[in-house]
Write a protein that binds this ligand. Sequence first.
Ligand SMILES: [Zn+2]
Length: 394
Amino acid sequence: MSTYNILFKLNLSKYLQCSLTLMCLIIFTSAVAKAESSSNKSEEIAPYNAELCTPDNPEACGSDFSYAIDDSICDDPEKCDLDPSYISQEKQYEDVIRRLERIHKFSKAETELFEIGTSDTGDIIYGIKIGTGETHNLVVGGHHGNEYGTIELAESFAYSLAQNPIEGQTMHIIPVLNINGYNTRRRKEVVSTKKLEALSGTEMDLFIDPNRDYESPCKKNEPWQLKSTRALADYIDAQNIINLVTLHSRGALIVYPWGFSTDKEHVDVHEDHKPTFLNMARMAVTYSDYKIVNSTRFFGPTDGTLEDYGFWKHGIWSILFELGKDKYPSDKKIADIINENVPGLRLMFEHAPTERAPEHSFDKKNCNNIEEIEELDEVQEAEGLEETESAQGI
Ligand SMILES: [Zn+2]
């Protein structure tokens, strides 16, 4: 082989090497470009248009509501931990705090973690504030500790808003009010150890229902037996909340005030305000198809609830959600609850009032004995409503 040939072969081999490298580079670059364009494309698939997003045009509401984590960022284990597969009936409050911290850390919106105070068991009650808009709204879950689906919805709504806040609004979300109840999956909240020692009654005496502990015109026993409800009321006082959603389960219902012990003549809020509540409720059921009901008419009297307190005391537009139909929903059922209600909540808040109701009183003389409420069953039947649960539900 001549020297020329050897040189030629070497050069040829270098040439081939170089060509192969170049080809690889081209293939690699085009693969990256393709991957980038497909990830851009997936972002474009879910346009959200606040102007067009109405109950009649749900397509325009896009999939920005989705609580599910974006696969493209799931190479980071911390971010993947936001995934709803995290849902568990065994979850504890420390897990809720951890998730709130991560929603805050990976938020695209301005967010802030806050505390409203300490419960009787010494647990700090946390919330997350999302957005910087002028109108302040509130979502509260976990009044009843066994209603664990409410916590999952509150967290998922927080995550959804942290990715895409509502323009002009600041949302305050408190996933769990009754922390001890949540950790033990008990409806009621335990009072302090001192109070426990002072009380000598049955176990029922040692626990308070948080959603019967608010001040109320028809309530017979003393309000504010729990530190948690007092802390929430003080927080509401300080924050100029305009609209309020309180999450419960179950019943597949959207409930509006009043829930007082009153007769059928007085179960509704003032006629000027009922259309506003009904409009909010209609927005809320866009994706869920839940029934819309008046509280007392459907459940009978429930004095001392947050929803009545919010409207009666402050004129805050207060709506109660009874989520799903299962007493102990599976993870799959909870995912359904989230998928139906995250967009419904968003739509409702987007169309909600920006000012409190000017007139929101309730005349005490219209408070009646609980027995008289039984007459209301006829109203229920007349309206074709089926009672899915007793007043225990809310
Ligand atoms: Zn409840």
